[in-house]
Design a protein. Structure first.
Length: 283
């Protein structure tokens, strides 16, 4: 095993960032991450009291993969400064200032997550994702972890097989078609909005799915989670009526190129009760 001690760029909390991050490819227990790697084998990460994150992986490529998955090099200090007084997320930028969304090792897994999560509860979506990955990729010896899926893995399934694993026929067909026709890993190298434009041309993908792929697959913060169900609930409470998914784009618009990260901070602020919601009208 190769070891590396990495001091993250900018404020960073592995515990906050990896909270709820367990899936078929990784486990998170007491702030320690153990992950199956697309580059082979498994890696581990934990953060010391000094802030340094200790990494273990079989190869240098594995170390680099862990750095990407854990977003160790993506300093978001500018985001924290710019929105420190924001009425919606200002308090969250102080309470959980080390929060960055953890990522998937492959863009294909992020797409799978996005397709599974369309219009259903997060717990059910994660269960379907686990079913698909466990059916597709080998289990690492001595662990319950499975290797992250790539395009070739997902593309060899049929929509009918995905349906048996819990994914609806239409969504399964979209997933298979995209994985067979698009080089998803190449999207990481495309400039500007080219990645979003390419994904939005595909039937079955909308702004929320693209936001998930950007945040978790590409490691980019510039596409928000438009129509996320929790953001719909938050926006509805703020406006005193049930809103449509597209209206959450107005909630994220003030954050510009940080809309993706702002989505994560809004969700954290909402969960922690830090969003100033209107008081119910007196009877």
């Amino acid at each position: 095993m190769i070891s590396a001690a990495v001091r993250p760029r900018g404020p960073y909390s592995l515990r906050d960032s990896a909270r709820g991050g367990s899936d078929a490819t990784r486990t998170v227990i007491d702030g320690e991450v153990v992950a199956a790697l697309a580059s082979g084998g498994a890696g581990r990460a934990w953060q010391q009291a000094s802030g340094v994150v200790q990494l273990r992986a079989p190869t240098e490529a594995g170390i680099e993969e862990l750095r990407f998955v854990l977003a160790l090099d993506d300093d978001h200090s500018e985001f924290l400064r710019r929105f420190a007084r924001d009425p919606m997320i200002g308090e969250a930028t102080r309470r959980v200032r080390g929060l960055r969304p953890v990522r998937t090792s492959t863009v294909a897994q992020a797409l799978l997550r996005a397709v599974c999560g369309q219009l259903i509860q997060a717990r059910r979506a994660r269960a379907i994702e686990r079913n698909v990955i466990r059916a597709l990729t080998p289990r690492l010896t001595g662990t319950e972890l499975h290797a992250p899926p790539g395009c070739a893995d997902l593309g060899r399934l049929s929509p009918a097989e995905l349906r048996r694993l819990g994914l609806g026929m239409r969504r399964g067909a979209s997933l298979v078609r995209i994985c067979r026709s698009v080089d998803l890993e190449r999207l990481r190298s495309l400039p500007g909005d080219a990645s979003a434009d390419r994904l939005l041309r595909e039937r079955g993908l909308g702004p929320w799915s693209v936001g998930v792929v950007f945040l978790e697959g590409l490691g980019r913060y510039d596409r928000g989670l438009v129509a996320d169900l929790s953001l719909v609930k938050l926006c509805s409470e703020l406006r005193g009526r049930w809103v449509e998914g597209w209206e959450t784009a107005e909630l994220l618009e003030p954050y510009g190129e940080w809309a993706g990260l702002a989505s994560i901070y809004l969700l954290a602020a909402y969960r922690l009760g830090l969003v100033p919601l209107p008081k119910p009208a007196a009877a």
